[in-house]
Structure formats: C-alpha cells, structure tokens
Design a protein around this ligand. Structure first.
Ligand code: PEP
Ligand code: MG
Length: 754
C-alpha cells in the first residue's frame, strides 16, 4: 500500500522552494498540485478555491482533465468537496461513488478514481478552499497521510491568503464559513442597544511563518514557550496574577491541559514534520477547534474551549503578541467587544469614545464587569454561549442589552428595526433631557429629591447630565473590586476627594465597604460559605476585623476636610451594630483632630435598612442615626426569604405587595416622627410604577440608576401624591399577592406616565 512516501517534511521543503521561484499564480498552483501528488503517491491532486457566493472552483489539478480547471464548480455543501468546505473537516472515503454526497462532474474524468481524501484549506477560522488527493485503488488513507495533507493544506491556505493570490481571496472572506446571520440569546446584564463591529478582546493570533528552517531550534522554541505557559498558570493558580473566584476553575483546567502529555506530544510531532513552533500549535489547535465545533456535550465543549484559550495564549507567547485589543491603535469607532469573559479593569482599559457594547460567553448579572458596564452605560449581554465560534473581527453585530440578544451579521431588516429602536430611544432621552432642569415637583406641590446610585468616578458625569440632586448611594466597594490590590490610604483619599470634587457641592452619601456574598475582593482570601448572602459580610466583617473600615473611614474623613461628609453602613441587623460602627467613625475623627487635620464641616452618619430585624427597632435606630436609607433589594430578599439573584425565583414575589409596602410605610412614619430623613436606594426606585407607589407611601427622596431619572421625573410631574396616598394606604390591608394591578389602575385613570 502506498504511504505518504517522503513525509510532510520533504514536502514542506519543496513547497518553500516553489514559493521562492518567480512564477505566476496559476503555474505556481499547478506546480504545488503536482508536488503534493508525487509526494503523497496520489494519482490526483486538486486544489479548489472558494469564490464569491460560496462556490468552490477547481483552480489547479494534477491528474484530472486539465480542461476542467476553472470550469468545474461546486457550491458549499454540494458533493464531497462542498461537504468538506461546509463542515470544515476532512473526508476520507474508500469509494467516493458510494458516498451519498458524491456529485459526478463528467468534465473532470474522475470516475476512475475510487479512494478520496479531502481537507479544508482553513485560515483563522475561514475556509478558503479544499485540497483533494485521489487514487484508483479503493482504500482508506492512513492517519499519517491525513495528517500530512492537513499540514500541507495549512501551508497552502497561507499561500492563498498571503496576498499573492489577492484576485482569488478578495471576496472570499465575506462569503464563506462565517457568513450566515445568527441570533444568540443570552442574559441581559446592562441595558441599552448598540450597533457596531466585532472586536475580539483577545485577538486571534494569525500564524504566517509556517515552515521551519531549523527543526531543532523550533523544538527548543516550543519547549521554552510551553514552560513559560506552565509558569504563568502556576503563578495564576497560586493567586499571584489572576483574581481568585470564578476564574479558579478555569485555571485548574488550564493547569491540567498545560501538563497534558497528549497535547504536548502532538505539538512536538508537528514540529518534527517540519513546521515552525507556532504553526505546530496552530495545527493542533485547528484540530481541536474542529472537534470542539462538533462537540454536543456542553461540559466537554467547555473543556475544549479551555484548551483553545490555552493554545491562543501559547501562540501569544511564541509571537510576542501579548496584548488585548484595548491597546490596538485601530479600534473601530463602534467597537463591540466579544470575549469569553473579562475583568472590570480590562473593560476600563478601552477607549470609552469607541466602545459601544460588550458580549460575553460567561458573566453573570452580579459579575464585576457587569457592574462596571452598567456604570459606563454600555449594553452588555452575558451567557451568550458559542458566540466566539461564529464571530470574526469586523463582523457587523447588534447587542440588545435590554432584551439579552445578540445579532451577528444581521439581515438588513433586523438592522433596520434596531436602528429604528435606537432612534426611538434617543428621542425619548432627548425628551427627558429637556426635563433636566425642571424640579421634580408633584401636581400637589411635593418636592421629591431624585438622586443617583454610583460607584466609580466614571459615574460622576451622570450627576450633571441627569440633573439629579445628589448621589444617594455611592457603593465604595466597586473601586476595591476593580483594583488588583487593596487601595492604600492615599489612593482612597485621592479617590474620594475626586468624587466630592466632581459632585460640585451636590450631596454624596458614601456607603462603607459592602463586601462578602457576591462582592468578592480578588486579593482578600475569604472562606467558602454555605449561605454567603446570610454570611460574614459587610458590617459584620467590618466590626470583627475593623482595620479595613478604620482605614476607609479615615480616608473619607480626610477627603471631606472642610466639606460635608455623609457615610452610611450596609447590612445593619441591630441598633448595637450601628452604634459600634459609629463609634469607630468617631474614634477616627478624634484621631485626625488630635493631629491637626482639617475635618469635615459636618458629618452625617446613616444606616441602611436591609435586614428585617431592624424594622422592629426603628424608634431606637432613629434616635442614633442621622438618616436612613432603605436597601430594598436586600430587604425584599430577606423579607420573603427569596434569593434576589435566583433565576427561577425572579418575579415570584412582588415588592408592590402588602408586606414590603407596609414596612416601607412604617419606616417612613418612624422617620417623620423622629425628624430623620428616609431615602430608598434599591432597584425599585428606578422603575416608574414602583417609584410612584413609594411616593404614595410618603417617601420624598429616592436614589436610582442615572438613566432612570428622566422617566421618574416625567412620572412625578403628572402625579398627585396626596390623592395617591389616600388611594394606596387602605390597600395595604388587602390579603393579595400583589397590589400592582391596583397601582397600575391609579396611574392609568390619572394619566400618570409609567
Ligand atoms: C440594596 O440592597 O437595596 C442596595 C441598594 O444595596 P446593594 O444592591 O448594593 O446590595
Ligand atoms: Mg444591599
């Protein structure tokens, strides 16, 4: 039986010689076909090249009828050649005629050849053509032959894409493999709609130098880079480079693969056949990629994904291309980032002017990157599984952060519909902007303070844009979450000072660190907990290990020297906890005073009300707090014993129901009785119907996402608060699942826009 006579090594050498000869395109392809045929002891070798419209055209052949060149054509999916292109994988058949996909092309004279081996010409995930060898005798080609042809195909694809064959490839890229429109449904993690073009956060490395000059040297390069990769993973697993937490599992898988003998062995073998180290990585990588695309089991698919990431990293080490797209100088002006996952700090590295949206294969609503995307006002869809397999750099893409959908290479209809949506959205925003300087006063003259929730310096421009009265909740933990190490005192002081400067005299309520549960600091080791939401978090941590809180409170006091400082504590469950926290603040104030520091003009200390137990201590709390703020997200979660992030429980209980609304009413009344201001800063404050109900319960200060200010103000301007209170308060005695229909009816009957 014939085997790959001279092996790929000699063939690669000969190919390089052919490349060096001055030849025109056609002659060069003819020579290559002849070379492959003789090297593989094949009677036929044919090169099919992808043409516009997904047509594979016979471009050169050794063995078939030469008059068929440029005449024989097959569509993608048609015949054996078309099937190879469509599936982007090799086809090895003993009897071509017997194969159900076979299509007879009489002009080629191929009927006498039975055995058939074809491989796709793949480059950077695109199919540029198909390479085929055929023999008369009916047999299956060996694994070695298949491997040799794939290596040859890789080099051929590079030659085709190298520019010399521009006339061939000019239109191909737009028409092959990744051409279809796709809709991927994921989770909506940050609102908004963006139309733009794909930027891969971690660009794929394109290998251009394929044939080894010196095999020994290439082997050494490969070994060195594998060691560098293994070292990087060890460092990351030890927690030296990458945050612990959600990455950990992935890292451990990396670790396993990076020491996987099979994987390393296959790459070394590829170098031995005459490829450069990077070409060898790419070669093994594209096999994995093909396997991955066929994989149905999500767990295995995920693991192969890890392997793909690892190969990419290895390629970066070998080629020295170690940066993410953030450092690229040619970022399009409507960039939509696509990544498996990314950290919040990585997102902040991008030029905000050019960044329109983000799509992640992973990422949950509480992930830090989602928090930052919301702060930046960038639409984000997470859990968009499989997107990386179907996008290419520069593809048109739409991110619908509101509906949790991604459209890749959308049809003109979809694009049109979304462009319309964006226009509508912009028009609405325009109308809200017109309300910016109009005070939020109800029809019956009640002034409602509208504030924004913030957490990063990038949020501050929204304070002016929205015309809000101040910042009702500044989540200080966000800065800690995006840092790679604990922010030092001087960094904290500078940060808080710049927040106060940017607020230009409008009040800012800083909340002390609310960490634990889903808010993880990468550099702070935390034990795994059974029930993290009910665990050692926020004020509990702060009181047990006061060093962090002392540092933070001192930084806040210093930053607010000469100005007003408002601080509140999260997750307070009993008045005693609040008192102790307040004492720590007083100690820090005294400490600074003794050392002659400029102190804040006035210090206001408040408590969040998020734990139901505190509701039975309202009078005592009001005696010691300067203000309170209802954290309805947590309060409702604990009240109903219902995880706020659980997808199956979302919407099960309604905050517009008798229990939570009665509690809010009681808090408002206690505040009024003691002259203590009450605010509410949970998500419900940003939804017009819910906000309307809150005003009906007597709240006069609410804090929300900046984009909600416009719609909420539009609602307030048409609301008669007294009339609503008369209507709503008696309803709290109804034993109903939800009061929503009643509240909606009020809005409708009174023309309140919600
Ligand atoms: C809340 O619980 O309502 C709140 C505002 O705090 P966070 O969402 O940060 O837990
Ligand atoms: Mg909370």
């Amino acid at each position: 039986m014939p085997v790959a006579a001279a092996g790929p090594r000699i063939l690669l050498k000969r190919l390089r010689e052919v490349m060096a000869e001055p030849e025109n395109t056609q002659n060069r392809l003819n020579k290559i076909a002849a070379l492959i045929a003789s090297n593989m002891i094949a009677e036929v070798c044919s090169i099919y090249v992808m043409r516009p419209g997904g047509v594979l055209e016979l471009y050169a052949t050794e063995g078939l009828n030469p008059t068929a060149v440029h005449k024989s054509k097959l569509r993608v999916g048609e015949g054996l050649v078309g099937t190879i292109a469509a599936e982007a994988r090799p086809l090895n058949v003993q009897d071509a005629y017997a194969h159900p996909a076979f299509k007879y092309l009489p002009e080629t004279g191929e009927e006498i050849y039975k055995s058939f081996l074809g491989v796709p010409l793949l480059r950077a995930g695109l199919t540029l053509g198909v390479l085929v060898v055929q023999n008369r005798a009916s047999r299956l080609y060996t694994e070695d032959e298949e491997e040799a042809l794939q290596i040859t195909a890789m080099v051929l694809a590079e030659i085709i894409a190298s520019g010399e064959f521009d006339e061939i490839t000019a239109d191909v890229e737009a028409d092959v493999a990744h051409v279809r429109s796709h809709r991927v449904v994921g989770d909506s993690l940050a609102d908004g709609i963006a139309l733009g073009h794909v930027v891969l956060h971690e660009p794929r490395v394109v290998v251009t130098n394929l044939i080894a000059e010196d095999i020994q040297a290439e082997m050494e390069r490969l070994d060195r880079s594998i060691h560098a990769l293994q070292d990087w993973i060890e460092a990351a697993v030890q927690g030296l480079e990458i945050p612990r937490g959600e990455h950990r599992e992935v890292l451990e898988t990396y670790q396993m693969f990076a020491h996987d003998r099979g994987w390393l062995q296959r790459m070394r073998e590829a170098v031995r056949t005459g490829l450069t180290a990077e070409a060898a990585v790419e070669r093994v990588h594209s096999d994995n990629r093909a396997r991955m695309l066929r994989q149905k089991d999500p767990f295995l698919r995920e693991r192969l994904h890890d392997l793909e990431d690892l190969a990419n990293r290895l390629l970066r080490i070998l080629t020295g291309q170690s940066n993410t797209a953030a450092s690229s100088s040619d970022l399009p002006k409507d960039a939509i980032l696509v990544a498996r996952n990314m950290g919040p700090a990585e997102l902040l590295d991008y030029d905000r002017q050019k960044l329109r949206g983000v799509v992640l294969e992973e990422g949950g609503s509480t992930s830090h990157v989602a928090v930052v995307a919301r702060a930046l006002g960038i639409p984000l869809v997470g859990q968009a599984s499989g997107v990386l397999d179907i996008v290419d750099t520069g593809d048109a893409i739409i991110v619908d952060g509101s509906g949790g959908e991604v459209h890749i290479r959308p049809s003109p209809d979809i694009e049109h519909a979304y462009a319309e949506k964006v226009r509508f959205y912009a028009k609405r925003q325009e109308q809200y902007r017109a309300l910016r300087d109009v005070p939020a006063v109800t029809v019956d003259g009640e002034r409602i303070a509208l504030q924004i929730n913030a957490g990063l310096l990038v949020d501050l421009p929204h304070l002016t844009d929205s015309g809000a009265d101040g910042i009702g909740l500044f989540r200080t933990e966000l800065q800690f979450m995006i840092s790679s190490a604990f922010p030092r005192m001087d960094q904290q002081v500078a940060h808080y000072r710049s927040i106060l400067d940017a607020a230009q005299g409008k009040p800012v309520v800083f909340r002390s660190l609310d960490i634990g549960a889903d808010k993880v600091l990468p550099y702070l080791a935390q034990a795994k907990e059974e029930n993290p939401a009910l665990g050692w978090r926020a004020i509990r941590m702060a009181l047990d290990r006061p060093a962090l809180m002392k540092l933070q409170l001192r930084a806040l006091l210093k930053a607010a020297g000469g100005r007003e400082l408002s601080v509140m504590f999260p997750m307070v469950a009993e008045v005693d906890e609040f008192r102790r926290a307040r004492e720590i603040l007083d100690e820090q104030r005294d400490y600074l005073e003794q050392r002659g520091h400029l102190l804040p003009k006035r210090i206001r200390v408040g408590s969040m009300i998020e734990v139901p137990a505190l509701v039975w201590q309202l009078d005592r709390l009001m005696e010691v707090a300067d203000f309170v703020s209802i954290g309805s997200n947590d309060l409702v979660q604990f009240l109903f014993a219902c995880d706020r992030g659980h997808p199956r429980l979302a919407g099960r209980y309604d905050p517009l129901s008798p229990a939570p609304l009665s509690i809010i009413r009681d808090i408002v009344r206690a505040g009024d009785a003691h002259g203590v201001p009450v605010n509410l800063c949970g998500e419900m404050a940003g939804r017009p119907l819910e906000a309307m109900a809150l005003i009906g319960l007597g709240l006069r200060s609410i804090s929300m996402a900046p984009t909600a200010i416009g719609p909420i103000k539009a609602m307030i301007l048409k609301l008669d608060a007294g009339k609503l209170a008369d209507y709503l308060l008696p309803l709290l005695d109804l034993p109903e699942h939800s009061l929503r229909p009643h509240i909606m009816a009020f809005a409708r009957d009174n023309g309140v826009p919600i």
